[in-house]
Design a protein around this ligand. Structure first.
Ligand SMILES: [Zn+2]
Length: 285
């Protein structure tokens, strides 16, 4: 039964991509062309796959690049909010200091007034009361002065903190600008490569029969790694790693038919096809 299980029938593709352990429905031989013609198709299929894989890689790479810029932007936003908070904190401390200074001025005026009254008192009870009041106001003043000293020290600390954060933020900003420039360049560069590869992809697609192309696209879309054409590696399918019987491996090497993996439906090729395709695409991987 294996001898006939070379390729998929037209009805098979639906199941072809499904990665199931069960064998695909009974396939029939679809192409029996001359060796050279089949070989050419296999080479084109493999070439198409490697070009499409290269396009996939570019898209994956580009997908990650903006993340680095995003990280830096997040860092900067973090510093900026810290800086804002420090500034607000410093404003509050400075206001507290100036409020206390104003209070001291007021108290000093008040004390002067009491001292003037002291000179005009009529009895000792009044004299004592005024003296107590002056003493109290002086204590108040001392408290304000102590608080001002403390606040001044805190303010100095905040200022140093602010400078540190502003420096770090400016550094990140510089990094961000450099990174953005770098990324713009990479994006522009990969866009160029991508366009060239897409042109190649179209070129190889033109060399492949529509029915094979449809099957190729379907398998590729369903495969998480985008591989629809794979090499036989260590006696197994390079896509799903299912073992391939020796006779089938011989058939694959003969290039007489287009052969798909019985399990995952991927097109199977041998090393020589891979090498020929690499000559065509100029990619050696
Ligand atoms: Zn397979």
């Amino acid at each position: 039964m294996k001898e006939k299980a070379e390729t998929k029938t037209k009805a098979a593709p639906k199941k072809a991509a499904a990665k199931t352990a069960q064998a695909a429905p009974k396939p029939k031989v679809v192409s029996e062309e001359r060796d050279a013609a089949v070989e050419q198709k296999l080479v084109s299929l493999y070439a198409l796959q490697s070009v499409d894989s290269a396009i996939d890689n570019i898209r994956i790479l580009r997908g990650e690049l903006p993340l680095e810029v995003q990280d830096l932007e997040d860092d900067i936003a973090g510093y900026q909010s810290k800086i804002e908070k420090l500034k607000a904190d410093m404003d509050e401390i400075a206001k507290n200091i100036s409020d206390r200074k104003a209070a001291i001025t007021e108290i000093k005026a008040q004390i002067k007034k009491y001292e003037k009254q002291l000179r005009e008192v009529k009895n000792s009870r009044e004299y004592d009361a005024l003296n107590k009041e002056i003493e109290f106001q002086n204590l108040e003043n001392q408290l304000h002065e102590k608080k001002i000293r403390e606040a001044t020290i805190t303010l100095e600390k905040r200022k140093a903190d602010l400078e540190r954060n502003e420096e770090a933020c400016a550094e990140r900003q510089k990094d961000l600008e450099a990174k953005k420039g770098e990324l713009d360049e990479i994006v522009a560069e990969t866009e160029k490569d991508e366009k060239a590869l897409m042109k190649k992809s179209e070129e190889y697609q033109g060399k492949i029969e529509p029915r094979w192309l449809r099957l190729y696209e379907r398998i590729r879309n369903n495969a998480h790694n985008g591989l629809a054409v794979v090499c036989v590696e260590r006696d197994a399918c390079g896509g799903c790693f299912s073992k391939i019987p020796p006779q089938r491996q011989i058939d694959i090497r003969m290039h007489k038919k287009i052969i798909a993996c019985e399990y995952c439906g991927r097109f199977l090729v041998d090393e020589s096809i891979k090498e020929k395709a690499e000559e065509v695409t100029g990619q050696g991987k």
